[in-house]
Ligand binder design. Structure first.
Ligand SMILES: Cc1cc2nc3c(=O)[nH]c(=O)nc-3n(C[C@H](O)[C@H](O)[C@H](O)COP(=O)(O)O)c2cc1C
Length: 215
């Protein structure tokens, strides 16, 4: 008997199927029934909770995305960062539309993605909304990078961007940046967000890939 599984974030659920012989004889609508049942069930599931639960077991690196507004620097903790293209060099960040800084980021001409190290948990917390947006840089050492966006001292690396495109992404905006500079500062352990907690990971034994391998 073949099985159909529902993505409910926990136990896979087996839906009843007709025995193989009966399925061969069954009219088209009957054999289609399990798929329809699955679609109905999925619509009724608290899918958002299932998605959040699944994402919790997906480890993500932690960055602070900085930019310069007319009255000072801005920063927001972001884990939804990924590289998109090498030619042209593009990366993507996703910013919640509900964030007080959303509009400034969606309109900004440039931004920098600071990769945090595992000794920068307090920096991540500082930029994750616990401090008023204008006060987040108080007491923090940083310098303006090539793009004019703040580069935070102690970060493992920085990727500086010019804003390339902004797309709608549901309750987030997807901001794609064209990379104008990238620098690696240290081999400190990365700050990782996993299972709603900060953690880290040991670098692999062979830290740098052979030069003919891109990823
Ligand atoms: C580890 C971590 C990762 C986060 N990643 C994102 C993200 O990718 N996009 C986002 O919009 N908010 C993300 N947040 C939440 C924002 O940092 C937080 O809501 C924001 O700083 C609040 O901004 P506001 O003061 O502008 O509303 C993350 C928070 C944490 C702790």
């Amino acid at each position: 008997m073949s099985a159909t599984y529902a993505a409910d974030g926990h136990a896979a659920r087996q839906l009843p199927l007709l025995p193989r012989k009966a399925r061969r004889r069954a009219p088209c609508r009957q054999s289609y029934k399990p798929a329809m049942a699955l679609a109905g069930e999925l619509a009724a599931e608290p899918l958002q909770n299932a998605l959040k639960e699944a994402m919790r077991v997906y480890p993500q690196g932690v960055t602070v995305v900085t930019m310069r507004a007319s009255d000072g620097p801005r920063g927001i903790t972001v884990s939804s960062f990924t590289s998109v293209s090498l030619s042209p060099p593009l990366v993507l960040i996703s910013i919640a539309k509900g964030s007080q800084l959303h509009d400034e980021y969606a309109k900004s001409e440039a931004f920098a993605v600071n990769f945090l190290a595992d000794d920068q948990k307090s920096v991540s917390d500082m930029f994750a909304g616990r401090t008023a947006a204008r006060d987040r840089f108080q007491g923090l050492r940083f310098a303006d990078g090539t793009s004019g966006s703040p580069v935070i001292d102690g970060s493992r690396a920085v990727v500086e961007c010019r804003t390339w495109r902004v797309y709608d992404g549901g309750d987030h905006s997807l901001i794609i940046g064209e990379v104008v500079a990238a620098k690696t500062f240290s081999a400190k352990k990365p700050l990782v967000y996993y299972s709603q907690q900060y953690t880290s990971t040991e670098p692999p034994e062979r830290a740098a890939p052979p030069s003919d391998i891109v990823w």
